[in-house]
Design a protein around this ligand. Structure first.
Ligand code: PRP
Ligand code: URA
Length: 209
């Protein structure tokens, strides 16, 4: 089974409450999604190995630690995943960014691929797939499958809000992928929206509704 990590840091939870609020407008929504993504990046990278290094301080040599040559790839699922990229890049500035374009057919709720552009050395990178919403899990599962078809070997999934149905779907399809979320909500409604959720993440980020 995949490992599910709920990131319950008070700052993440507080900002997530503001993100959920229907009275939060696009600008604040965007800023908050970026901030929460940055805070989540801190936890998602917790298992990165360290190596000892010698650093010259103004006073003496310090034997200290740095991240051991990790190559990271961020893979936002278009569109809404884009809202989380800049926050993560603030903490992992050397990461390369690949894009997977998927939308959910509103009738069937099945993911439809329309774009895929990844760093060429995808198999050498620790990939973090990012999307605010894990609803049925169809989009995330499909994105992870694309990455595996392109020889990716290390993949994590990071979402703001998940439905139990989405977690189950990803766990069943990709038991090797750790899932990081800020909250697991109650259920999906008949239109495949997470309840209570935050509404349509893409529309709220980009003001398209
Ligand atoms: C949303 C969201 C996820 C997907 C989740 O994208 O950003 O990608 O739905 O649903 P699922 O788990 O049931 O697949 P949407 O399809 O609305 O596209 P958009 O980001 O372009 O608005
Ligand atoms: N996509 C969204 O943007 N919101 C949901 O609640 C479900 C899928």
């Amino acid at each position: 089974m995949a490992n599910v990590h709920i990131l319950d840091h008070p700052l993440i939870q507080h900002k997530l409450a503001l993100i959920r609020d229907k009275n939060t407008g696009s600008k604040d929504f965007r800023d908050l999604v970026e901030e929460v993504a940055m805070l989540m990046a801190y936890e998602v990278t917790r298992d990165f190995p360290l190596q000892e290094v010698a650093i010259e301080t103004p006073v003496a040599t310090a034997t200290t630690k740095m991240i051991a040559g990790r190559k990271v790839g961020l893979v936002p699922i278009l569109r809404a995943g884009l809202g989380m990229v800049d926050g993560m890049l603030r903490l992992i500035p050397a990461a390369k960014v690949g894009h997977v374009g998927l939308y959910r057919d509103p009738e069937t709720l099945q993911p439809v691929e329309y774009y895929c552009k990844l760093p060429p050395d995808v198999e050498e990178r620790d990939l973090i797939v990012i999307d605010p919403m894990l609803a049925t899990g169809g989009s995330a599962s499909a994105a992870i499958t694309f990455l595996k078809e392109r020889r990716a070997r290390s993949i994590k999934l990071m979402c703001l809000i998940a439905a139990p149905e989405g977690i189950k779907a990803v766990e069943e399809a990709h038991s090797d992928v750790d899932i990081f979320v800020a909250a697991i909500d109650k259920q999906l409604n008949d239109h495949g929206y997470i309840v209570p959720g935050l509404g349509d993440a893409g529309d709220r980020l980009f003001g398209t509704k």
